[in-house]
Design a binder for this molecule. Structure first.
Ligand code: HEC
Ligand code: HEC
Ligand code: HEC
Ligand code: HEC
Ligand code: HEC
Ligand code: HEC
Ligand code: HEC
Length: 409
């Protein structure tokens, strides 16, 4: 009998072990590895931050395409973009699926489904899966124009479904996607992406780093009020905090030495970029306003002579759209009559100055990197971005002065 039990145990223990491993494996693991928890568990203990965050541009920047997440119109009077000759692209809705379809006259040329939406505030562009590759759809939606138009830098001669999208796009607009090896076994040079590893949206751990240990610890120790096992952003140096934002807000000029998906708070961005262009400040005035917020700010006298950084003006958990008056209060916290470094135009402008430093010193500029071509490449639509090079802009200032005088009359 004793022996019988012993045999049973010898048999049962491995079976139970294997079974427990199966249970463990069937739980959907985070594709980034076991040190990541995903955003869902954060809700329990950080409810306010979490719920505000769901409305931010970071959270919304990439999502699965559906009639609820694609904002352009599918109505027959506004769903068509005309190209040269009788070529056109039509946005069509069949059930819950959305398609971009190109026609020559009545003849259907190509039809592809909207799978992924990129962009949230000013523009949306769309991607589709073709086997293991991701391609961009020809037509994007521009909120400021309230209409569909050619995707940036596309020619107006033909409807182009072929632009290949690499993991680089996802590095700045999502939380994760992995490359699949190509024919030669190379992952680095491959254009194939593994759909099962895709995490859309910029999630908490993109900025806070891996959080599984933090979640486990605080779940098991609910009375501990001190944060454990999570990067403390407040304890980082200013350069480290700048790099955290610059991982996605310093443009796309340099070759990347490695994927920024692995970038964690405290890391040095220079180790991820092969080129040294990021640090060439003399190029700052020539830099495009799109996506280069970090270098532009670093090139400003305010940055060189004070402790100003991104979070001086932005709270990334909050989607509250601030107006120029609110932003101007941050300027006034350093620049005032009392501290003798106020605006030279203050006497001329009187009280109105306090409501708007921004339009004169951080004017909106047209991006040269994003060009939107209409038919015959004749009409181009401007894509406008707020410059982060805080400086003196005499031309813009003159216009604003004229406008202010008009309003004050
Ligand atoms: C079981 C509860 C619990 C869960 C789940 C949890 N946290 Fe926390 N977290 C805490 C506590 C407690 C603190 C310390 C008090 C505070 O700052 O709110 C904290 C603090 C933090 C801090 C501030 C660190 C500092 O001191 O600068 C960050 C950032 C953070 N958590 C991120 C996350 C993220 C991201 C997730 C989800 C992956 C998460 N937390 C999930 C309990 C939790
Ligand atoms: C993983 C990449 C990534 C990181 C890291 C990141 N951002 Fe962004 N950020 C983006 C992208 C992409 C957008 C554009 C989102 C859109 O509109 O679709 C954006 C948009 C913004 C906006 C505009 C929000 C709006 O409402 O239009 C601000 C402000 C901003 N980021 C500040 C920051 C700051 C500050 C940090 C550092 C704490 C930071 N970002 C870190 C990728 C990132
Ligand atoms: C775009 C980057 C970014 C994302 C995404 C992000 N955070 Fe933060 N978070 C920050 C920064 C930067 C700070 C430090 C703010 C400061 O010092 O002003 C911070 C601070 C915190 C803190 C401590 C201070 C506070 O406000 O309570 C908590 C907790 C926190 N984050 C949780 C989260 C959770 C949970 C999510 C996801 C729902 C999230 N964060 C998403 C950048 C981010
Ligand atoms: C190095 C990071 C980075 C890369 C790579 C990148 N973007 Fe962006 N993108 C941003 C940032 C930051 C913004 C918002 C701020 C701005 O316009 O300066 C943005 C804005 C956008 C917007 C407009 C969103 C809005 O509403 O303002 C779209 C659409 C977009 N990107 C699509 C793409 C696509 C498609 C790719 C790949 C071909 C791509 N981006 C690659 C960082 C990046
Ligand atoms: C954290 C403090 C701080 C904040 C916030 C700040 N600045 Fe500055 N700024 C400075 C310092 C310090 C200088 C250098 C002054 C000097 O050289 O005498 C400066 C310089 C300037 C200059 C002179 C630039 C030049 O090229 O000559 C202008 C204009 C300016 N700031 C406007 C602004 C505006 C507008 C804002 C808000 C959008 C702002 N600053 C926010 C600290 C700040
Ligand atoms: C002195 C204040 C200030 C600082 C510091 C600052 N920003 Fe901004 N940011 C603004 C203002 C003002 C706007 C325009 C908001 C608007 O027009 O609604 C803006 C807009 C943006 C946008 C949206 C661009 C657009 O045209 O809509 C992004 C992205 C952004 N900031 C990122 C950053 C990043 C990243 C940093 C740090 C490198 C940073 N900002 C530092 C004041 C600041
Ligand atoms: C109507 C446009 C306009 C507005 C509004 C405006 N500025 Fe200026 N500011 C200018 C111009 C132009 C100059 C350069 C004047 C000169 O050198 O004669 C200047 C100069 C400055 C300087 C440099 C002073 C120096 O000693 O060289 C600072 C700092 C400054 N402004 C801050 C601000 C702040 C802060 C606000 C908002 C409270 C503001 N400005 C609002 C146009 C404007």
């Amino acid at each position: 009998m004793n022996r019988y039990i012993r045999y049973c145990l010898v048999f049962l223990i491995p079976v139970l072990f294997i079974f427990s491993q199966c249970l463990h494996k069937s739980k959907p693991a985070d594709p980034r590895g076991p040190s990541y928890a995903g955003s869902a568990p954060c809700l329990k203990c950080h409810k306010d931050v979490y719920q505000n965050y769901l409305h931010t541009a970071h959270y919304l920047t990439s999502r699965a395409a559906s009639p609820a997440t694609v904002h352009g119109s599918f109505k027959s009077d506004s769903n068509t973009v005309a190209f040269n000759g009788d070529i056109k692209a039509v946005m069509e809705k069949h059930g819950d699926s959305l398609y971009q379809v190109s026609y020559a006259g009545e003849k259907l040329l190509q039809k592809q489904r909207f799978d992924i939406v990129i962009g949230s505030r000013r523009a949306e562009t769309y991607l589709y899966w073709k086997g293991n590759e991701v391609h961009q759809l020809p037509i994007s939606y521009y909120a400021s124009l309230h209409k569909w138009a050619n995707s940036p830098a596309y020619s107006a001669d033909s409807v182009n479904f072929s632009r290949l999208i690499s993991a680089r796009c996802f590095e700045c607009h999502s939380s994760y996607i992995q490359n699949l090896p190509d024919d030669k076994g190379s992952v680095a040079k491959s254009d194939s992406l593994d759909k099962s590893t895709m995490l859309l949206s910029i999630d908490c751990e993109r900025c806070h780093g891996p959080g599984a240990e933090h979640v486990n610890f605080h779940t098991q120790n609910p009375t501990e009020k001190k944060a454990m096992f999570i990067a403390k952003i407040g304890a980082l140096t200013r350069a480290q905090r700048m790099d955290l934002c610059a991982a996605c807000h310093s443009g796309n000029l340099s070759m990347m030495a490695k994927s920024t998906f692995t970038f964690k708070p405290g890391d040095t961005l220079a180790n991820y970029k092969e080129g040294e262009r990021f640090h060439r400040l003399q190029e700052v005035p020539k830099m495009d306003v799109h996506g280069n917020q970090a270098q532009l700010l670093i090139g400003s006298k305010c940055f060189m002579n004070s402790r100003i950084e991104c979070s001086t003006c932005h709270n990334v958990h909050d989607n509250a759209v601030k107006n120029v008056k609110t932003y101007s209060q941050y300027c006034i916290s350093c620049h005032s009559e009392a501290s003798h470094n106020f605006c030279k135009l203050a006497p001329q402008l009187g009280n109105t100055i306090n409501s708007n430093c921004i339009d004169c010193h951080m004017p909106v500029k047209t991006s040269n990197a994003i060009l939107i071509n209409g038919p015959n490449n004749l009409t181009t639509h401007p894509f406008q971005v707020r410059t982060h090079l805080i400086a003196i802009y005499p031309e813009e200032s003159k216009k604003i002065m004229a406008f202010m005088k008009l309003v004050n009359k």
